[in-house]
Design a protein around this ligand. Sequence first.
Ligand code: DGY
Length: 349
Amino acid sequence: MLYKRTSHLIQTVIRYSQLTNIARMSSKPSVYVTRPDVDESGLDLLRESCNVTTWSKASAIPREDLLREIKGKEALFCALTDRIDAAVLDAAGDQLKCIATISVGYEHIDVHECKRRGIRVGYTPDVLTDATAELTLALLLATNRRLFEANREVYNGGWKSWSPMWMCGKGLKNSRVALYGFGRIGQEIAARIVPFKPSQITYTTRSPKPEEAAKVNAKHVGFDEMLSLSDFIIVCCALTPETKEVFNSSAFEKMKPHCIFINTARGGVVDQKALTEALISKRIMAAGLDVTTPEPLPLNDPLLKLDNVVVLPHIGSADIETRKEMSRITARNIIAALKGCEMESEVNF
Ligand code: DGY
């Protein structure tokens, strides 16, 4: 008798705890994460107050899977590999409150459509500024001093003896360095270039930024002046309808023949066919690209056959601590939006 009563009591307790767990879980907002390979610290933060589901493979989620998985979710943790447009928002349903991308760029999100539907959008500026500026300098130096080309010669037997003019590049000292875009990243790149003693740093933006420019003694110049006078052109602007393929064949035509072109912003800022032609014909000296169209660049792309090009696989912000913090900021943006609070970094439409 006593055994029967005890066992009934235990079963009641188990059932009660199961029910309260279900109730607790169902009262938590649901979040879909499109990358399982983001740093766990961000996911752990989310799990404290949300039901988190993640895409299972360490590769970009195919569109049809995203359209299926986002259904009924209140928030989306996404990356620049995901195109978030009206079809995705429709598939999600009216309960979707926010989208947070683990990137500073948000051109993959249709922000106007989000605004129209009252969906808030978070992103991760500032945290990656130093890492991206550092990578830009690394890419610039690898390109102008021909590091990868020289390194290949060590391994393929091309290194016969020390030779006075072999593998010579073009130094930064006394050269004119242009920044196309002068936001946080552009300013940090400029600060890192100063110690290399260029003759002039210039920047090209819609309107001058005298205060920021004064810190690095940079001069504001127009697009054509930048093209015709610069020894180095560094692209560090956002991809917008105005900047899309602004570096086209007529732009490359105006550059100096020894100009070195660096892009750590977005591949879409460049007409890549025109760039490839300018490099093949030696219309410009070399290019260093951390971003391309498409990404990844197919192995048979003509750019990959050229010695005067350094291509990196979009690793501008790929510094361990930076990427961890990007994961946490994205999570905190979501948590704040779901509570109706101010996001740490929100896109202002
Ligand atoms: C960004 O954040 O937009 C970079 O391109 C990737 O970190």
